[in-house]
Write a protein that binds this ligand. Structure first.
Ligand SMILES: Cc1cc2nc3c(=O)[nH]c(=O)nc-3n(C[C@H](O)[C@H](O)[C@H](O)COP(=O)(O)OP(=O)(O)OC[C@H]3O[C@@H](n4cnc5c(N)ncnc54)[C@H](O)[C@@H]3O)c2cc1C
Length: 385
């Protein structure tokens, strides 16, 4: 077993850290305040090759895999967690899923554009009435001979109002449950699509989130990804990749919280000594540190399994679930440790807490991941790739 990163991985880590410090950090407060998704940051991420992890070089990939992707996401999320979303929306969502399930024509048409940032991407499953029970989705695509006609809604969609193309999961057989779901590559310029930005979220304020409405939207048949009514396994495969993006994001945020807490514990004095010298503060720091390290091992291990092609759904869920617990706990402790200053916008404790809560819901709630881990551990479900 070798815990050391390679020279190339360390260089990537440094590059991602420098990018986040120089290009993202100056805008964090402004973009949080204005709920602004900054296209210039997105374009620079594309230029650096951040959307090419796990993508074949012939489609513009960067020759690196899940572990390197996780390292880059961690560094970006550490500075501004909203930007962890871009990796999933471009790379491990649409591009990688098309690479796995698309025709050669679809691969050549779409993947290079998601990787280069020419297309802003997304993926849409969730609806107003349908979240965890993905197979119950109602947005439907009716077969009209030479095209599909889409009607319905999608809710809480990241890059909802800024995406050019994405993956849209729809029902093509309304009575068939999971066996009636189809994945379409959707062009958001098609007539009949209305998109509205969702304001007032608790966190992820610099990430665009939208509500989409489809009214008699005509989609050509060559936009089906994989086979008709076989979209549910495609969705689960996609989520198993994008969930790692989530875990790596929680690791980045956990690192930011730990650093801020250590800094303040060393700066602030009460009762004639640094607060870090008080045993109860030390307990908080020790717990944060242990949970951060444990999370790192879970994230890197899940990424490593993916890169090796070894079944990893349970390990990915463990990293996602533990990441949510660790980061919410750390953000809560961080605010307490900062006292009243933590409760003001003079320190980033409020943003940490707001951004930590996303990890309990997005890409499968903590309850759903608990179920996946337990069912696999108990032998009720096989572990998958
Ligand atoms: C900022 C943001 C960005 C998002 N981006 C996207 C995106 O890009 N694309 C997309 O498709 N979706 C996206 N989502 C949606 C997100 O993935 C869903 O909200 C999530 O899957 C949960 O669905 P829900 O909110 O409908 O909760 P529900 O499914 O209604 O769950 C409500 C509660 O019930 C619990 N629950 C439900 N079923 C069970 C069960 N069987 N056992 C135990 N407990 C259960 C849940 O754990 C939860 O606590 C986003 C959401 C947010 C907030």
């Amino acid at each position: 077993m070798d815990f050391a990163l390679t020279e190339e991985q360390r260089m990537l880590q440094d590059m991602a850290r420098n990018f986040a410090e120089n290009e993202i950090k100056p805008y964090v407060e402004e973009d949080e305040k204005n709920e602004h998704w900054r296209k210039e940051i997105f374009d620079k991420m594309a230029e650096l090759g951040f959307f090419g992890f796990c993508i074949d070089e012939k489609y513009g990939g960067n020759g690196m895999g899940f572990l390197e992707g996780a390292l880059a996401i961690e560094q970006v999320a550490k500075v501004h967690t909203s930007w962890r979303m871009a990796f999933n929306m471009q790379c491990w969502g649409p591009a990688l899923t098309i690479q796995k399930f698309g025709t050669e024509e679809q691969k050549e048409e779409y993947i290079p554009k998601f990787v280069s940032g020419e297309y802003v991407g997304n993926f849409a499953m969730t609806e107003t009435d349908v979240g965890s029970d993905v197979a119950a989705m109602k947005c439907r695509a009716d077969d009209k001979g030479d095209h599909y006609l889409i009607n319905g809604n999608k809710m809480w969609i990241t890059n909802g109002t800024v995406a050019d193309h994405g993956l849209l999961y729809v029902k093509t057989d309304k009575d068939a449950g999971a066996r009636g779901v189809t994945c379409l590559i959707i062009d958001y310029n098609l007539p009949g699509i209305t998109r509205q930005k969702i304001h007032g979220k608790v966190g992820l304020l610099a990430s665009d989130t939208g509500e989409l409405t489809f009214e008699d939207v005509k989609v050509p048949k060559n936009c089906v990804l994989g086979e008709v009514n076989k979209g549910f396994p495609i969705c689960m495969t996609q989520l198993n990749s994008t969930r790692l993006g989530c875990s790596a994001g929680s690791l980045g945020l956990s690192g930011a919280i730990l650093e801020a807490s250590i800094k303040y514990a060393n700066e602030r004095s009460q009762f004639g000594q640094q607060i870090g010298r008080h045993q109860l503060i030390q307990q908080q720091i020790a717990e944060m540190k242990m949970e951060h390290e444990a999370l790192a091992y879970l994230v890197y291990k899940a990424a490593w399994l993916k890169d090796k092609g070894i079944p990893n759904v349970m390990e990915t869920s463990m990293s996602k679930l533990f990441g949510a617990k660790a980061v919410v706990h750390a953000a809560n402790e961080c605010m307490k440790l900062h006292g009243s200053f933590g409760y003001s916008d003079e320190y980033p404790c409020g943003r940490f807490l707001r951004d930590s809560k996303q990890f309990e819901t997005l890409e499968g709630t903590s309850n759903m991941h608990t179920t996946i881990v337990a069912n696999t551990a108990l032998g009720y479900s096989p572990n998958r790739k």
